[in-house]
Ligand binder design. Structure first.
Ligand SMILES: [Zn+2]
Length: 374
């Protein structure tokens, strides 16, 4: 098996500024306001948008690849084929990380995007984030979740969806000691942001937590209930209902998060929808992402290649951005090096709107009934 490479774990070169005077926050906000007002723009977001919600990003100053140099996410083939890897490298960590993910609330950046939708400035969002915060914050403003969502699982055998919140309950029942530990840890505030940093507890944007020394090999997880109850599909479980796949039946009834893993292709529907949006729009505004994944980079490049507008709001450099600001660039260009929340909230104010912080999600994530959406 060839292990896919994780792209760009080292920092990109410092970004250009465009227009040249956009070196103060106020000037940057004005520049982004102008950019959005000019034409029908589609917005493409990444992990930087969720940082103010307490979720880690990958390549920001405190991102997973910066603070945790040995971090390597599980790859698709490992997850699909290997029961040990599934429990040890994925489900045990995901079980501990889910409450952080479930508790995360949309922040100023999501609320601003929601308001820009209501003001008629935006009509579509493409996100690489799997945290469902766009989905929760602005159901009225259509979101393409390019890399899928953690709120649902999909069975690798029968393709049935299964709500992640329900799966969490099943994991707690099969792993009572882990559930007790998790409950105690939450009560003690161990997963709160500051403590996590000090205690060496590592989290990442895929919603997993690494607790040093935890007995990961003993973790148990259930198979797909649809496959288990089917007469045609053979799924092996122990007396308590924990999945016990052997070599030949290794992938039968395996539930996988409905997200694109490393080593896996982006879902064709999401890819087509994102491409169609970029095709229809006058330009793209890239926010809170360094475009390190090719599936996102190519959307910005498609806009550039078609002679359309390309704007970038991101702290730190972005993959291949020299191209967008080269002499052959035809559309409008914007590049500001400021935090997404500050900039977008400022744009909303410029346009006469208001971002009210502390507003809850319009769509609860943990309700248990959330299907494949976006
Ligand atoms: Zn199934």
């Amino acid at each position: 098996m060839v292990t896919p490479r994780i792209p760009y774990v080292l920092p990109f070169p410092p970004p250009p500024t465009h227009p040249k005077n956009a070196t103060t926050l106020t000037a940057a906000i004005d520049a982004v306001t102008n950019f959005l007002e000019s034409r029908n723009i589609v917005i493409l977001t990444g992990a930087g948008v969720s940082v103010e919600s307490g979720l880690a990003d990958y390549r920001g100053g405190r991102g997973t690849y910066r603070l945790n140099r040995t971090y390597r996410p599980i790859f698709y083939e490992e997850f699909a084929r290997n029961h040990e890897a599934r429990k040890r490298r994925y489900w045990a960590r995901s079980f501990l990380g889910w409450p952080i993910m479930e508790k995360a609330k949309p922040n100023r950046a999501h609320l601003s995007i929601s308001m820009l939708g209501k003001l008629g400035v935006l009509n579509h969002v493409i996100t690489q984030n799997v945290d469902s915060l766009h989905y929760a914050c602005h159901p009225h403003l259509r979101t393409t979740e390019l890399h899928g969502t953690l709120r649902t699982l999909t069975c690798l055998t029968c393709r049935s969806p299964y709500p992640r919140a329900e799966f969490q309950k099943a994991l707690a029942e099969l792993n009572p000691k882990w559930a007790e530990f998790l409950h105690t840890a939450i009560e003690a505030g161990i997963f709160d942001n500051d403590y996590r940093r000090e205690g060496g507890i590592k989290t990442n944007p895929d919603g997993d937590v690494d607790v040093p020394g935890a007995p990961y090999t003993k973790f148990r997880y259930p198979p797909c209930p649809t496959c288990l109850n089917s007469d045609d599909i053979r799924v092996l479980v122990d007396a308590q209902g924990s999945h016990k796949p052997d070599g030949r039946l290794a992938t039968n009834g395996v539930l996988k998060p409905s997200v694109t893993f490393f080593g896996e292709s982006v879902a064709p529907e999401a890819k087509a929808e994102a491409e169609e949006m970029v095709d229809k729009c006058g330009g793209i505004l890239v926010v809170g992402t360094s475009l390190a994944t090719y599936s996102a980079y190519r959307l910005a490049k498609a806009s550039h290649d078609a002679g359309k507008d390309v704007g970038i709001v991101n702290l730190g450099g972005v993959r291949g951005e020299d191209l967008f600001f080269s002499r052959e660039a035809k559309g409008k260009r914007l590049r500001v090096d400021f935090g997404v929340g500050d900039v977008l909230a400022g744009v909303v104010m410029n346009l006469g709107g208001e971002v009210t912080e502390g507003v809850g999600s319009e769509t609860p994530l943990g309700g248990g009934g959330a299907g494949l959406g976006g």
